[in-house]
Design a protein around this ligand. Structure first.
Ligand code: MN
Length: 386
């Protein structure tokens, strides 16, 4: 039986492809692309969409407004500094939720904001209370919370709750944590405040997804994600990776339409001009490609021998790649796709040719090349007999 709850509450995702994702250096989405991405995320089943930063005005505010008016099932959240003017701009877009963000670490408070902890608490509570007075859902974001002094962060969270915050976004802004430290900190936050926690993790050490899951294990009920892990520097926790890892490593099935993942990832890859690598976890085309003789043989006998879930679950297909590492079973299977039944002797002879060609060209063979190899083989055999 799969559980869908954590700490007695459902786990939900907030996708920030349109905000943190677009903050990636060099990435800009056109408004039409933003609307399309929002629609795809909603079709997938994402609970909340962080659509942008209205106080920037112009196209940015226009896109947030249009997304809020699309009639999507998802909650639409806008991002704000802990500044009344920002929140007014968000409210004007008709969103039902706001994120109110301010730094919680001393390095940010002293060097970026150039102020004091007390001033941060004052600004945060005033902004949060203002948003709550206007009837929207509020996430208070503790920026750089992962590097904040823990006692200060607990006070920050307690005051946010008193000011009416619906949840606290625990931001590992520079990807500084590992899963063990993440678990400890999130557990402490929940124990001391009872506030719902959102994980917002960055991938600087390649641990964004692992840290997000560690937070869920500690009781966090929201996970912030982006399609393909797009985001500042090394990016955020990837939507598709978090959903599938929650399901298969923690038994938490969000009930999303995961079969749309590949399509969504391809669209965002194009719109962001960030190519989707073939080895991308969960949605890369290599996820279900097998070449080595032993793996291909196993996968053909029972896919679960070398695949963690079925390719159709994320909109992909299994591929048996024929190349240097192939074995006879894969060759026999491949030619069967063309209606050609090989006996063992023929399969061995073709395998030798295929391997030699793959080494010579330093790559796997296209299907058409396999046909050429077969035709050459047939011609030579006929000549030998003749
Ligand atoms: Mn971020």
């Amino acid at each position: 039986m799969q559980k869908i709850v954590n700490n007695g509450r459902k786990v939900k995702l907030v996708d920030t492809t349109l905000r943190d994702g677009e903050q990636t250096a060099g990435v800009v989405f056109a408004n039409q692309e933003k609307l399309r991405i929002a629609r795809l995320l909603d079709d997938i089943g994402v609970d909340q969409i962080e659509a942008g930063i209205p106080v920037m005005g112009g196209d940015e505010a226009e896109a947030v407004k249009e997304i809020a008016q699309m009639g999507l099932k998802a909650s639409i959240m806008a991002w704000n500094r802990a500044v009344i003017r920002d929140i007014e701009a968000s409210l004007a877009c008709g969103v039902d939720a706001v994120a109110v963000s301010i730094s919680a670490s001393d390095i940010h408070i002293e060097h970026k904001l150039q102020t004091t902890r007390q001033d941060v608490l004052r600004r945060m509570t005033a902004a949060c209370a203002f948003a709550k007075e206007h009837g929207v859902y509020v996430s208070v974001n503790a920026e750089d919370g992962s590097r904040a002094d823990m006692d200060f962060l607990l006070e920050f969270a307690r005051l946010a709750k008193e000011a009416g915050a619906d949840r606290l976004r625990f931001c590992d802004t520079v990807g500084a944590l590992d899963p063990f430290a993440t678990h400890d900190k999130v557990k402490k936050l929940i124990e001391h405040t009872g506030l719902e926690i959102e994980m917002h993790t960055h991938n600087d050490f390649g641990m964004a997804v692992a840290n997000a899951l560690a937070g869920v294990r500690a009781g966090a009920t929201y996970v912030g994600v982006t399609v393909n892990g797009l985001g500042e520097r090394a990016g955020n926790a990837a939507l598709e990776e978090v959903v599938m890892a929650l399901k298969y490593t923690m038994g938490i099935d969000l009930g999303y339409r995961t079969e749309l993942f590949r399509e969504c990832s391809e669209y965002v890859a194009r719109a962001s001009a960030r190519e989707l690598p073939v080895w991308k976890a969960v949605v890369g085309t290599n996820m279900f490609a097998h070449e080595s003789g032993i793996h291909a043989d196993g996968a053909l006998k029972n896919p679960l021998t070398y695949e963690i879930f079925d390719p159709a679950e994320v909109g992909l297909e299994r591929q048996i790649v024929i190349g240097k590492h192939s074995g006879t079973r894969a060759i026999i299977n491949k030619f069967l796709e063309y209606g050609i039944q090989l006996n063992d002797e023929e399969a061995n002879a073709l395998l030798a040719r295929v391997r030699a060609l793959a080494v010579e060209m330093k790559r796997a063979l296209f299907d058409k090349e396999l046909v050429y190899v077969y035709e050459d083989f047939q011609r030579e055999r006929t000549r030998d007999i003749g």
